[in-house]
Design a binder for this molecule. Structure first.
Ligand SMILES: NC(=O)c1ccc[n+]([C@@H]2O[C@H](COP(=O)([O-])OP(=O)(O)OC[C@H]3O[C@@H](n4cnc5c(N)ncnc54)[C@H](O)[C@@H]3O)[C@@H](O)[C@H]2O)c1
Length: 366
C-alpha cells in the first residue's frame, strides 16, 4: 500500500474513531440466517465491536440470534430500515438473499454506516453499478464477504505467482463441483432456487471461485461464452429456475483463457470433485487450493509455495473492523466485490443467452 493511500484511508473512515479510541463499533445485523448467524458469532468474537441491533423477517431466526448475542442485549426488528436509522449503529452486516444486498447496502452507506455485505454484492449490472456509485466517495468502509481473500495460504500463493513463481500466467482451469444441491427443504429454499432472487449457482456460489481466478490473473474477463442447464434436479424443487450445471469459457486480456465448470451432482466418492483453481504459467502450474507448484518436465518435484496453515475463521470480519477503526485497507473493497459479481453475471448471461457476451455489454465501469 502506498503512503498516500494509507493517509487517505486514515483521513476518512477511521477518523471518527481516532477521538474515541476505546469505543466499540456499534454493529447492526440484517439477515441472521445461516450466514448471518456465523457473522454474528464473528462480530461477538471481536474485541472492538458491540451488537446494537438485529433484524430478520423470520421471528425464529431473530430469537435465536438475540439469544446468541444476549451479552450485548441488542434490539430486534423485522424492518431493516430501523437498523439503518439507528444512530448507535456504525457498522451494518448484510446477509440477506442476494437480490436485496445492493438496495440495503446503498441505504446503509447513504446513512453514513460502514458496511460488510455478503457476496454477491448484486445480481444484475444495475444493482452492481448503483452500489459502486454509492460506495465510491462515501468515505465509509465497504467490505464484500469474499472471505477467501483473507486466507493466508491463498494470499501467499497468489503473491508468489504474482512475483513470477510460474513465469507468465497463461491459462486457468477452475471448477466448483458439489456432491449435492442445497437442501431443498432447508432454510434458504425460499430464495435460493429462484434465479431472480439468488442469481443462480454461478452468481450466488461460484462468485467466490471466479474471484480467486480474477485475483490470480490480475484482471477481469473481457468476454464469455458457455452453456448451462438443469439436467439432474429437473423441476426439483418444483418451480426451480437455477441451473444445476454449467460450463463457461472466459477470455481475459492478452488472450488468456479461463475454463470454469460447475455442478451439484458430483458423486462424493468420485475423485477430482470439489473446488479447485489450476493456474498454468510459462514455467509450471499451481494448484491454488494446496499452494503447490508443479514445474514442467517428467519427474519434476512439486514445490510448496505456501503450506497449509491455521486460518482464523473470522479473519475477514476482523479485517473489516480494523478498516473501520484503524483505517487499514479493506480485505475486499467494493471494486473487487463488483468485479467478482460482474464476472459471475457475465458468465451467467452467456449461459442464458447462449452467445458471446462482452464485459462492455454489462455497461458498468468498475
Ligand atoms: N461468504 C460465504 O461463504 C457465504 C456462505 C453462505 C452464504 N453466504 C451468503 O449469505 C447470504 C445469505 O445466505 P444464507 O445461507 O444465510 O441464507 P438464509 O436463508 O439462511 O438467510 C437469509 C436470511 O435473510 C432473512 N431475510 C430475507 N429477507 C429479509 C428482509 N427483507 N429483511 C431482513 N431479513 C431478511 C431471511 O429471513 C433469512 O433468515 C447470501 O447472499 C449468501 O450468498 C455467504
Amino acid at each position: 500500500m502506498t503512503m498516500d493511500r494509507r493517509i487517505f484511508l486514515l483521513g476518512s473512515a477511521a477518523s471518527a474513531y481516532a477521538f474515541q479510541s476505546e469505543k466499540p463499533v456499534g454493529t447492526g445485523m440484517i439477515g441472521v440466517g445461516n450466514r448471518g448467524s456465523f457473522l454474528l458469532q464473528g462480530v461477538l468474537h471481536q474485541p472492538n465491536a458491540k451488537v446494537i441491533a438485529l433484524c430478520d423477517i423470520k421471528p425464529d431466526r431473530l430469537d435465536k440470534a438475540a439469544t446468541a448475542a444476549a451479552r450485548d442485549n441488542p434490539a430486534t426488528t423485522a424492518d431493516w430500515r430501523r437498523i439503518i436509522e439507528n444512530k448507535d449503529v456504525d457498522a451494518v452486516f448484510i446477509a440477506t438473499p442476494p437480490n436485496l444486498h445492493s438496495e440495503m447496502a446503498i441505504a446503509a452507506l447513504k446513512a453514513g454506516k460502514n458496511v460488510y455485505c455478503e457476496k454477491p454484492i448484486g445480481i444484475t449490472p444495475a444493482q452492481v453499478r448503483a452500489l459502486l456509485d454509492a460506495a465510491k466517495g462515501s468515505g465509509k468502509v465497504f467490505v464484500a464477504g469474499q472471505q477467501l481473500r483473507s486466507m493466508k495460504q491463498f494470499g501467499e500463493t497468489v503473491a508468489k505467482i504474482h512475483q513470477g513463481a510460474i513465469g507468465e500466467v497463461i491459462m486457468v482451469k477452475a471448477q466448483r463441483h458439489a456432491p449435492a444441491d442445497l437442501d431443498h427443504d432447508g432454510t434458504s429454499g425460499d430464495w435460493y432456487f429462484d434465479v431472480t432472487k439468488s442469481g443462480g449457482y454461478l452468481i450466488e456460489q461460484s462468485v467466490h471461485n471466479l474471484d480467486l481466478c480474477n485475483w490470480v490473473i490480475g484482471a477481469h474477463p473481457t468476454r464469455a461464452c458457455g452453456f448451462g442447464a438443469i439436467v439432474f434436479y429437473k423441476n426439483d424443487p418444483p418451480g426451480r429456475t437455477i441451473f444445476d450445471c454449467g460450463s463457461i469459457t472466459f477470455d481475459y486480456p492478452g488472450g488468456l483463457k479461463m475454463s470454469f465448470t460447475q455442478n451439484v451432482f458430483h458423486p462424493a466418492s468420485m475423485p477430482n470433485g470439489g473446488q479447485y483453481v489450476y493456474v498454468y504459467g510459462t514455467k509450471g502450474g499451481v494448484d491454488l487450493t494446496t499452494g503447490t507448484m508443479y514445474p514442467p518436465g517428467r519427474g519434476a518435484q512439486p514445490v510448496v509455495l505456501s503450506a497449509k496453515q491455521q486460518e482464523d475463521q473470522f479473519a475477514h470480519i476482523a479485517m473489516f473492523f480494523d478498516s473501520v477503526t484503524k483505517g487499514t485497507p479493506p480485505p475486499v473493497d467494493v471494486k473487487i466485490g463488483a468485479t467478482a459479481a460482474l464476472t459471475a453475471i457475465l458468465g451467467h448471461q452467456a449461459m442464458v443467452q447462449e452467445k458471446v457476451v462482452t464485459w462492455n455489454d454489462l455497461g458498468v465501469e468498475v
